[in-house]
Design a protein around this ligand. Structure first.
Ligand code: ZN
Ligand code: ZN
Length: 341
C-alpha cells in the first residue's frame, strides 16, 4: 500500500470541509475516481513486487509445504463429512481463542499497570492507570454479547453462503501465492468497506444512536475494538472483514487465518501501547482522541479524502512509525513543552 501514499500530495483537502460537503455529488464522484486510482496503484504495486517477495517465501513454504498439507489432511479426515464443524473450528473457535489470548494478556497490563516494561509504551500517558473496572466489565460483557449473538449467527449464515458458492472445506490447501494474494485482497476490501461505513457512522444522526458507544473510550484498550452497538458490529466490524472471503469463495484455512489477522490487528490498533516491532496504533488511537480524523485502517482513504489533515500536523503523526528500538516514542519524540512527558 505504500506506493499509494504519494498520491496524497495531489489531493490535499481540508478534513472538516470534506466531511461537511461530502454529499456534493461532484466531490463524491471525484473521491470515487481518486479511490479507484489509489486501489489500482495498490494492485499494480502488489503485482510488481509481490512476485519476488512470494518467490522467496515460497521457498521456505515449499520446504515445509507437505507439513501443512499433511496437518490439514489429518484434520480433514478426522472430520470427514462434518464440514460445518471444520468451518466453525476455523472461523469461530480459532479467531475467538486468538482474540481472548491477546486481550487477556493486555487486560492484565491494563488492570495491574504492570509490567512497566510494557506500560512505558503507553500512547496517552495519563490515561487508564489503572483502567476503570466498571467500564472494563461493561466492555467485556458487550464484547461477549457481540461475539456470541452477532458474530456467531453471522458465521452460520456465512457457512451456508460459502457452501452454496463452492466448497470452503476442500481436501486441498490453497497455495501460498494464492493465500498471500487473498490476504492482500481482503485487506483492500476491508479498507474500503470499513472507511466508508465508519465514516457514515460519524454522521451526527447515526453517531448519536450507534457509534457513540464505541467512542466512550477516548483512550481505548485492546478489547474495545469490538465494544460497539450491535448494528455497528455487523456493518463496520464484521462485514468489511467477512466480505473478502465470500467474494473469493476462499478456503476455510485462509478465511480463518484472515479473521485471526484482522482481530489481532484491530486489537493492536486499540491497545493503547505503541510497542516495538508491532504495527503502530497511533492512527486509530488518534481517532478515539479527536473523533473527526483517521477513519480508515491503513490510512489510504483518509489520505485521499483529507480526513487525516489534522493528524498529519501532530506529534502522534511523527510517532506513527514501526518502532524498531526499545526507546518509547513518547521519549524520543516528546510532546511540545507545554505538556511535558
Ligand atoms: Zn469512529
Ligand atoms: Zn475504534
Amino acid at each position: 500500500m505504500t506506493g499509494a501514499t504519494k498520491v496524497s500530495d495531489l489531493t490535499r483537502v481540508d478534513g472538516d470541509a470534506s466531511i461537511r460537503t461530502q454529499d456534493g455529488s461532484g466531490r463524491l464522484w471525484d473521491s470515487v475516481k481518486k479511490a479507484a486510482f489509489v486501489i489500482g496503484s495498490g494492485i499494480l504495486f502488489l503485482a510488481a513486487f509481490g512476485n519476488s517477495l512470494t518467490w522467496h517465501l515460497q521457498k521456505f513454504w515449499g520446504a515445509s509445504g507437505d507439513f501443512w498439507q499433511n496437518l490439514w489432511t489429518k484434520l480433514y479426515t478426522t472430520y470427514e463429512g462434518h464440514d460445518a464443524t471444520l468451518f466453525f473450528l476455523g472461523t469461530m473457535l480459532a479467531p475467538m481463542v486468538t482474540f481472548w489470548v491477546c486481550n487477556a494478556l493486555l487486560m492484565i497490563v491494563d488492570i495491574t499497570g504492570k509490567p512497566s516494561f510494557i506500560t512505558r509504551y503507553r500512547i496517552q500517558v495519563d490515561k487508564n492507570i489503572p483502567v476503570d473496572p466498571v467500564k472494563l466489565r461493561n466492555a467485556v460483557k458487550t464484547v461477549i454479547f457481540n461475539q456470541v449473538f452477532i458474530s456467531g449467527p453471522m458465521v452460520v449464515v456465512i457457512y451456508y453462503l460459502m457452501s452454496w458458492r463452492g466448497n470452503p472445506c476442500g481436501p486441498e490447501l490453497p497455495t501460498f501465492h494464492w493465500t498471500l494474494m487473498e490476504l492482500a485482497f481482503f485487506s483492500l476490501v476491508e479498507e474500503i468497506l470499513f472507511y466508508y461505513s465508519h465514516r457514515l457512522f460519524h454522521q451526527p444522526s447515526l453517531y448519536k444512536h450507534y457509534h457513540k458507544q464505541h467512542h466512550e473510550w477516548t483512550a481505548p484498550i485492546g478489547l474495545v475494538c469490538i465494544y460497539a452497538h450491535p448494528l455497528e458490529h455487523v456493518m463496520s466490524n464484521m462485514l468489511p472483514v467477512v466480505m473478502g472471503p465470500i467474494l473469493l469463495g476462499s478456503h476455510v484455512t485462509s478465511t480463518g487465518l484472515w479473521y485471526c489477522v484482522a482481530l489481532v490487528s484491530t486489537t493492536i490498533s486499540h491497545c493503547g501501547y505503541h510497542l516495538p516491532f508491532l504495527p503502530s496504533p497511533e492512527y486509530h488511537d488518534f481517532h478515539h482522541l479527536k473523533f473527526n480524523q483517521c477513519f480508515g485502517v491503513f490510512g489510504v482513504l483518509d489520505r485521499l479524502h483529507g480526513t487525516d489533515a489534522k493528524f498529519r500536523q501532530t506529534k502522534q503523526y511523527e510517532r506513527h512509525v514501526l518502532l524498531t528500538s526499545l526507546t518509547p516514542l513518547n521519549e524520543s519524540i516528546p510532546d511540545s513543552p507545554k505538556k511535558s512527558e
